[in-house]
Ligand binder design. Structure first.
Ligand SMILES: Cc1cc2nc3c(=O)[nH]c(=O)nc-3n(C[C@H](O)[C@H](O)[C@H](O)COP(=O)(O)OP(=O)(O)OC[C@H]3O[C@@H](n4cnc5c(N)ncnc54)[C@H](O)[C@@H]3O)c2cc1C
Length: 370
């Protein structure tokens, strides 16, 4: 078995993942955490090589790891432990790895013995089975290319439109200046579109919104859609505001919000929601004003102009249409010996180790037969 990689080093995305500690899987893997035109496609592979199988491999290699929130598993030391483990497994299985090997073209020979000829910058190779694991379009500087989609089209497999996923939102309207002023502030919120909501941390940046909540929601967001921020999801806001008015009639609203939200954020909210009452005691707030403020805090509606795109996206949504592949083996239904695995396939996970688990599971499924 031979692995051809155009990059100077294999596994670059593993090394840069999880802030250098690789979020290699999740304890709560399930099909509901994946997006695909066929949401059932991923089930078979995820069941036959699941998170426990990968954890067993990590433990066999004595790699120390820990659980963070939402069942996310990370290396204690370094993502390079995972890469070293995979290289060791390859060595044991006598897999040869050839780097600096840009693939130029693939030809199907028509013979059953050696079905494919692969032309590369390092010469020609022939193979009976060809597993395409070229990833998506995200982070072009890490070797991402559209090669996998081109190979699919060459063999008449449909490719669904691609877009950047797990990616920060950008703004061009007045909210951009708010984000810029709040750059570095993180808050636990519920971030939602009309279809999907995530209860997570959002991070204001000088370009817009990032952090887990924004990255998760970006997978479900389409251009033109508004995004709603609930800044205090744990509070029933109108009764809470009324109670504050009753208990602290001489206090300012910003003082009462100070223990709940970062000070700089409260200042921005004051300028947006109660600018004329910034110095007014709570007792003077009419109930209608409290209602407006409660709505503003629970439904802060903003309209992204776009996302940061493939430059910073962690994944690519869309890709090789699963209709054209066997869900058991990842083999093309029409071109014997041709397999597609990982991110190039139209299966994209949530943030939290789901994308690596799909890469491991789909790779295992193909590995059983290729
Ligand atoms: C910054 C970042 C952090 C991430 N963190 C996490 C995380 O913590 N947990 C998680 O689950 N997921 C994470 N992901 C997503 C995860 O990295 C991918 O889903 C996963 O790497 C996909 O694996 P793959 O094998 O399909 O593709 P890739 O890992 O992208 O590998 C594709 C390989 O194909 C090679 N290639 C491409 N084109 C050619 C060509 N023309 N010729 C030869 N070789 C070529 C590339 O050099 C590369 O080595 C992260 C992604 C990024 C960008």
């Amino acid at each position: 078995m031979l692995v051809l990689d155009g990059s100077n080093k294999i596994g670059k995305k593993i090394l840069m993942s999880g802030g250098g500690r690789c979020n290699f899987t999740n304890l709560h893997i399930g099909p509901e955490c994946y997006l695909s035109a066929n949401p059932h496609f991923c089930i078979s592979a995820l069941q036959r090589y699941n998170q426990w199988d990968f954890i067993a491999l990590v433990e066999k290699h004595r790699i120390p790891y820990h659980e963070r929130k939402h069942g996310e598993l990370f290396c204690n030391d370094s993502a390079s432990d995972i890469l070293a483990m995979l290289v060791a497994e390859c060595e044991q299985a006598r897999v040869r790895i050839q780097t600096h090997c840009e693939i130029q073209s693939i030809t199907a020979t028509g013979h059953d013995g050696q079905r494919f000829v692969i032309r590369t910058g390092k010469g020609e190779f022939s193979a009976q089975s060809l597993v395409v694991a070229t990833g998506g379009l995200s982070i072009p500087t890490m070797g991402a290319s559209g090669l996998g989609y081109d190979i699919a089209r060459q063999f008449n497999l449909p490719v669904l439109p691609t877009r950047a996923g797990l990616v920060p939102f950008m703004f061009t309207d007045a909210f951009k200046a708010v984000c810029d002023r709040l750059s570095g502030v993180a808050v636990d919120v519920v971030l939602s579109t009309a279809q999907q909501a995530f209860s997570e941390t959002v991070l204001f940046t000088h370009r817009g919104l990032s952090g887990p909540a924004a990255l998760q929601l970006s997978n479900y967001w389409f251009p033109g859609q508004p995004v709603v921020i609930n800044l205090l999801p744990g509070l029933d806001l109108l009764p809470w505001l009324r109670q504050q008015k009753k208990d602290h009639p001489r206090a300012l609203l910003r003082t009462q919000l100070a223990p709940l939200l970062p000070k700089s954020l409260v200042q921005e909210l004051q300028a947006l929601l109660w600018p004329a009452r910034a110095e007014t005691a709570l007792a003077e707030f009419p109930d209608a004003a409290l209602q407006g403020i409660a709505d503003g805090l629970a439904h802060w509606t903003v309209k992204p102009s776009g996302t940061e795109g493939y430059r910073t996206a962690e994944v690519t949504l869309g890709g090789v249409d699963t209709q054209a592949l066997s869900s058991r083996t990842m083999e093309s239904k029409t071109q014997p010996g041709l397999y597609f695995i990982g991110e190039v396939v139209d299966v994209t996970g949530h943030l939290g180790g789901f994308n690596f688990q799909w890469a491991w599971s789909s790779g295992h499924a193909a590995g059983q037969c290729a």
